[in-house]
Design a protein around this ligand. Structure first.
Ligand code: ARG
Length: 456
């Protein structure tokens, strides 16, 4: 017998049953569903809709059902449309009549909205911890490489020398913003819609505020029609997740490139690599390629939800059942990807000598221009003249430092012997000592701030 079977005279077509059922994916909400029902039973009891015995029986029954789920012994039956139906059906098997009172004034519409919020609060906390663990690994690897110099790129072309730690720490701040986004969404998630009924509210003098605090939520929703269809908090999470996956994907791309033998800056540990079934020499960074590839499904999860919500009529519509599978897939993806990337970073071998070998003096051309600026030339002119020096070096196929001073003098009389001091990678790095720059002191300061952020 369906929960809603009263007004129906014929059964459901089998294909319709399969189309309509959501238990096979929303069973993962069981803990949230039971927690919500325990709180709701408390509210019904306080409103004198159930008596002490009924309340006790309901709580005992719900505890037993939780145990069945935890132990994997919960037996699903045909007719269990979704997790809410399944729990209610089982409760009536266990305790009989009082189970039928638990749904007084409550609809699956406010129930599922609540369940999803409870579930997401836990997820947000887990993802935040996983991000923090990854950030920790980033800091530690950066500290091990505080003085390692590598080429910095723009347009993927050699640009200016930077510290490897500076490059790696750049990702710390991306994940820091991701955690901010999660925390911001968390505020809107921790609000209780329970007591909104199907759409119009609850007629049984339920104390919604008390109910919310029993659920550890910070407040109540203020419009029942909004509350039963609001999935903005899911979209908030999906957006934060999409950004996380983009950041992971960019980190993965850099590491894939840097681990290419042509670069050879880093080696991805065997534990995070795979071989080829055909080419015996191969060692592929599959961990990173998968991490990069997974961004596609996470981003599509956000898109999936937004398209479901777009143009939806007011209040609950069954379309909303489609909010969950993409969300769960995103959660599962993040819960795998984040520890994998953390492991890749922790076990990454760094090769400073390969980075040093890839440093090209042209990356110091800006410093040469800065030299002329210090001698009083406007930067635009200095840029022009240094460009000529670069062209000369290129035509002779020598590094700039190999151009005799007298030839440089023909480009500008301002070039003197001390210009060659500017053609030094370490010096170029140490010069950039302002906040957020790549000098060792600035990177140390950055790491100090990063640690402070992590402790907050
Ligand atoms: N399984 C449904 C969902 O996920 C629960 C709410 C059903 N409400 C309803 N009126 N049929 O959205």
């Amino acid at each position: 017998m369906k929960l809603w079977g009263g007004r129906f005279s014929s059964g459901q077509d089998e294909i319709m049953r399969r189309f309509n059922d959501s238990l096979y994916f929303d069973r993962r909400l069981y803990a949230a569903d039971i927690q919500g029902s325990e709180a709701y039973a408390g509210a019904l009891h306080r409103a004198a809709i159930i008596d002490d015995d009924e309340h006790a029986a309901i709580l005992k029954g719900l505890a037993a059902i939780r145990k069945e789920f935890e132990e994997g012994t919960f037996a699903e039956k045909i007719g269990d449309e979704d997790i809410h139906t399944a729990v209610e059906r089982r409760l009536s098997e266990l305790i009989g009549a009082p189970a039928g009172k638990l749904h007084t004034g409550r609809s699956r519409n406010d129930q599922v909205a609540l369940d999803l919020r409870i579930y997401l609060l836990g997820v947000i906390d887990d993802v935040t911890s996983a991000l923090a663990a990854l950030q920790n690994a980033i800091i530690r690897k950066s500290e091990e490489n505080l003085r390692t110099i590598m080429p910095g790129y723009t347009h993927l072309q050699p640009a200016q020398p930077v510290l490897f730690s500076h490059w790696l720490m750049s990702f710390f701040w991306m994940f820091d913003r991701d955690k901010d986004r999660l925390a911001d969404g968390r505020k809107r998630t921790g609000v209780s819609p329970l007591g909104s009924g199907a759409l119009a509210g609850n007629p049984f003098r339920i104390d919604r505020r008390e109910l919310a605090s029993a659920l550890n939520m910070t407040g109540v929703t203020w419009n029942s029609m909004d509350a039963v269809s609001d999935r903005d908090f899911v979209a908030d999470f999906q957006f934060a997740a999409a950004m996380i996956s983009l950041h992971i994907s960019r980190l993965a791309e850099d590491l894939i490139l840097f681990s290419n033998p042509g670069f050879g800056f880093v080696t991805v540990a065997e534990a995070y690599s795979t071989g080829s079934s055909l080419m015996p020499q191969k060692r592929n960074p599959d961990s990173l390629e998968l991490a990069r590839g997974k961004a596609g499904r996470v981003v599509s999860g956000l898109l999936n939800l937004m398209v479901v919500l777009k143009g939806l009529p007011s209040t609950y519509n069954k379309d909303l059942q489609e909010d969950k599978e993409a969300l769960f897939d995103t959660v599962d993806t993040l819960e795998l990807v984040l520890p994998v990337i953390k492991g890749v970073i922790e076990t990454l071998a760094v090769h400073p000598e390969r980075m040093a070998a890839a440093l090209d003096e042209v990356m110091l051309a800006t410093d040469m221009a800065d030299y002329l600026v210090e001698k009083g030339l406007p930067f635009r002119e200095a840029h022009q003249l240094t460009g000529q020096a670069v062209r000369l070096a290129e035509s002779r196929q020598v590094p700039i430092s190999q151009i005799p001073l007298e030839d440089l003098g023909k480009i500008s009389a301002l070039f003197e012997a001390d210009v060659f001091k500017y053609l030094d990678f370490k010096r170029a790095i140490e010069k950039r000592a302002g906040i957020g720059g790549t000098s060792e002191s600035a990177v140390r300061q950055q790491i100090h701030e990063a640690r402070k952020r992590l402790r907050e």
